[in-house]
Design a binder for this molecule. Sequence first.
Ligand code: NAD
Ligand code: MG
Length: 390
Amino acid sequence: MIGVTVLGATGSIGVSTLDVLARHPERYRVVALTANTGVERLLEQCRVHRPRYAVLADEAAAARFSALAADAGLAVEVLSGNDGLVKVASLDEVGQVMAAIVGAAGLLPTLAAARAGKRVLLANKEALVMSGALFMEEVRAHGAELLPIDSEHNAIFQCMPGDFGRGLAQVGVSRILLTASGGPFRSTPLDQLTEVTPEQAVAHPNWSMGRKISVDSATMMNKGLEVIEACWLFGCSPDDVQVVVHPQSVIHSMVQYSDGSVLAELGNPDMRTPIAHALAWPERIASGVADLDLFALARFDFEAPDFERFPCLRLAYDAIRTGGTAPAILNAANEVAVAAFLDRRLGFTAIAEVIERTLTELDAADAVSLEVVLEADRRAREIAIGFVRK
Ligand code: NAD
Ligand code: MG
């Protein structure tokens, strides 16, 4: 039996993870579930999955949860705050940690799982974008296993040779082909983008996801974050990562080899596939995802990304090329801008403007320590909030 902690259990990835875990009760035991403020949903999940620990990041929510859990006669230990999240990410009885908190809030608990030498199932791409070098160093130093949940990176991992850690050129890989759906505004006339509403932006054509990543997909910042994520996971440079727009989202990414071979991973767009893959790797388990029907699909389309329509993608390539704390600044400014957009305080096209202005205002430093990264995150948020207000 493998003990599992699900960080961000009440979110889109968390719910899909619990669905896969429940299909294999002989294999996995849910030890801890966490949420930010979603008391009712977490309570329901505790009723079904009977974890030993429940963590609410928000203190008031934790107090409310404790009272309701006691009323319901649930034997669950309730923890709160960042300390609670870090604790359940590092428990001895836990072998695998699903890192599915959204945004920078996931960094410290995800790092704690790496430091405790766990198998880290990484959905929280922002953690790696912020602190790539430090994060990968912790993974190496503590013998943790890092398995990508992001569908593209999971696909790339599946198409890579096992010894890719030696370097892509050494193992005959010439390029990573990172596929992108292009989001809901791939062909919207450019002059209409300023008018886009949060409802339109979160309505992704192929994937059902949390609100923040849905907006990131609409601006293609999600793909930019994924380029950075790929650089750290696969030890390559941004020049080795080609974004390929593929509106059907059936090819989840590809790896091109020096002999001309291109390996791809295909499937229905359902996150339970990469989740099941990473949980069981190197074995395979059922995920509940329907078989792919190639005859129903009929065709695959591909196009080059449009950097004029999607300036966020260009900003992300620039940030990883600059290096140091630039990706952390990019990520923090993006979180501020997306939250303001969802709150109707910022227009859709102004998201990229806020990020670009923040990156211009705040110089990147060498990301020599976690403190330096967290300080860059904090400063970037202050500056971006200033630009949102103007
Ligand atoms: P979501 O918004 O649906 O869920 C987020 C989870 O994080 C919730 O459980 C929430 O309670 C928790 N959370 C939010 N703020 C928190 C805070 N301050 N402290 C502690 N917990 C907090 O998001 P999601 O779509 O499930 O995405 C989660 C992560 O997975 C993101 O990093 C996203 O980029 C990544 N991801 C998601 C998908 C997808 O299909 N949803 C695909 C690839 C990668
Ligand atoms: Mg993805």
